[in-house]
Design a protein around this ligand. Structure first.
Ligand code: MSP
Length: 478
């Protein structure tokens, strides 16, 4: 079974394009593996405890639970509206999850990895994290939130992270964490010297969270709580893949494997960290008023178009920039002129010759090209290289367009020759639409049904014949 997860999102705020990006990537992989006939479990949800939530609720004169209920349902309905094919939406306020967290926390202590001490340090509420002094900006500000951190001294329970240094280095060098460039950042963090990690907060300061099972004066650290959603939410463990943003890779590639090891659980098979989007060249922020909401973009450009853009504009793993010009460019150049044009050209030829049921002699040259294409596409998808997979699709579309030009079926007199060309073209188009289906499920399912397919197919030249129903404009030019 392919078990894929997204981070669980904080519910002190409403969903923006960054949340959609990680969720979309998981959705595309879930759809891809389902199309291959694999069983898939896709886990997403909301991270509802902690100081950030407690404070946000206070500011709004709500109880933390009221705020969590309200915002968690906003996330869930958004994913439903956007057709995200998750299997389970988990909330960290669910009873089963809370029980599991208490159980593992106790086990971790019994295994000798939790001890009591006192902590002093700079805390960023936005990150829900004590920041290493070396990372602070002027005025002791957090480098991510640009707001001053708070200096705190308090009793706490520590997790013996220092016991896991070599284990973590081995894990990071195993190739399980991608992309490689980001792994080096984490390795150098280890090199600077690991410190034990504070994993509880005094109840007097943070009351909104899971109580430490053996000391009611303390609350379990929200990241310890949240990370274990992957174990409580999946039907079996380990996960095949955690998708996360680069900002939270340290939690997933360092603390998480150590927590798991401390309670004798297996490690996730893969972790992939993607980059961040800017908006028209600027960091997205509330104060700049440029926070992009997924629904607004979808209303302007269409759901499949935005899904395509986000995974095509930059290689997954790198940072990118969203602008209306960039979206327009991709839609016109690749969706309208590339895929859409190829599709209507091929259907147009079939319709012109009155051929709706097409079988023909297989062109070996075409079949080889198609085999090569499908092979590279799969290898890119399995490497979580969406950009590369889409590049393969675009090159294959270009090949098919050239194939039409050189074969010039309109100039052929022989019925059989025309059928042979059309057979190859329809085979090619069905592969293109199938490979694009995980990315643009709505339009591609329509396109597939126009050529008589109810589901994606990935085997070139395997069908005896193809059928054509009617013409369809997939991506009108903007
Ligand atoms: N609650 C934690 C995750 C716990 S997982 C056990 C959290 N939540 S979050 O609401 O802040 O969402 C984080 C996700 O959104 C991350 O994957 C992050 O990278 C992503 N993004 C937030 N802003 C982003 C951009 N501007 N661009 C792309 N993704 C970004 O962290």
């Amino acid at each position: 079974m392919f078990l894929v997860t997204t981070p669980i999102y904080y519910v002190n705020d409403e969903p923006h394009i960054g949340h959609f990006y990680t969720t979309l990537a998981a959705d595309v992989l879930a759809r891809y593996y389902r199309a291959l006939g694999k069983e898939v479990f896709f886990l997403t949800g909301t991270d509802e405890h902690g100081l950030k939530m407690q404070k946000s609720a206070q500011e709004r004169s709500l109880s933390p639970k009221e705020l969590a209920d309200k915002n968690s349902s906003i996330f869930k309905s958004l994913w439903d509206e956007l057709g995200i094919s998750y299997t389970r939406f988990i909330r960290t306020t669910e009873k089963d999850h809370i029980e599991l967290v208490k159980e593992v926390f106790l086990k971790c202590k019994e295994n000798g990895f939790i001890y009591k001490g006192e902590y002093s340090g700079w805390y960023c509420v936005g990150c829900e994290e004590f920041k290493p002094e070396s990372e602070l900006l002027e005025g002791n500000a957090c480098p991510i939130h640009l707001k001053p951190c708070e200096y705190i001294t308090e009793p706490t329970y520590f997790f013996k992270l220092t016991a896991f240094g070599d284990f973590l280095k081995d894990f990071l060098k195993s190739g399980a964490v991608m992309p490689a460039g980001r792994v080096n950042e984490i390795l150098s963090f280890i090199k600077e010297g690991l410190k034990d990690l504070s994993v509880t907060r005094p109840r007097s300061r943070v009351s909104w969270g899971i109580p430490v099972p053996f000391d009611k004066e303390h609350t379990i650290y929200v990241w310890f709580d949240a990370l274990f959603n992957y174990v409580s939410g999946l039907p079996s463990w380990p996960a095949s893949l955690h998708l996360v943003g680069k900002d939270i890779l340290r939690f997933h590639a360092l603390y998480w494997p150590a927590f798991l090891k401390s309670v004798n659980l297996e490690l996730p098979e893969r972790i992939f960290a993607h980059g961040w989007w800017k908006v028209e060249g600027q960091k997205m922020s509330k104060s700049l008023g440029n926070v992009l909401k997924p629904m607004d973009l979808v209303k302007t450009w269409g759901l499949d178009e935005i899904r395509y853009f986000l995974l095509r504009e930059i290689p997954f793993g790198e940072d990118g920039d969203i602008s209306n010009e960039a979206i327009l460019r991709r839609i016109n150049a690749e969706l309208s002129n590339g895929v859409g044009n190829l599709f209507s050209r091929v259907i147009g030829i079939a319709v012109k010759f009155g051929k709706t049921q097409i079988s023909g002699v297989k062109d070996e040259y075409y079949c080889n090209k198609a085999e090569e294409f499908v092979k590279s596409y799969h290898s890119k998808m399995q490497d979580i290289d969406f950009y590369g997979a889409l590049e393969e699709v675009m090159s294959f579309c270009a090949f098919l367009n050239k194939y039409i030009d050189t074969k010039a079926p309109w100039a052929l007199k022989d019925e059989e020759l025309i059928s042979n060309v059309l057979y190859a073209l329809l085979d090619g188009v069905s592969l293109v639409c199938s490979c694009l289906e995980p990315f643009m499920p709505n339009k591609m399912q329509k396109a597939l049904s126009v050529i008589g397919l109810s589901a994606p197919i990935f085997s070139p030249c395997a069908k005896q014949s193809h059928r054509v129903f009617n013409q369809l404009t997939l991506f009108p030019r903007r």
